[in-house]
Unconditional design. Sequence first.
Length: 122
Amino acid sequence: MNLCAFNRQSTYVKNISQKANQRSKLEEILANFYLPIAKLEFESHDASNDWLSVGVASAQGWRTQQEDAHLTDLQFGYNGDMSLFGVFDGHNGCEVAQYAARILPEYILTNQHFHNEQYGKY
């Protein structure tokens, strides 16, 4: 056997083995974030008042948990004469999306520009 050919073959086998190992690690990492089959069931709810009706639906999809959050407030503002809606994308975790949905109304209500009806400013 030619020694040079043996070394090339050995290097080739090592490279194939390393690539398979990297693929296995990648698959392991992805399994932490994605399901093998998408969850297509969805949660929904609706609400209405004298001037508005709204519906919300969300599905988990391929992710291992629902990461998104939403906000629907039909009686927002100091007098309850406004509405506030928001959809917050979790991007690999639900914590920030849920926090934003919970804290945004308070942040808006305590903002001086909102208080002064300067809605285009922040």
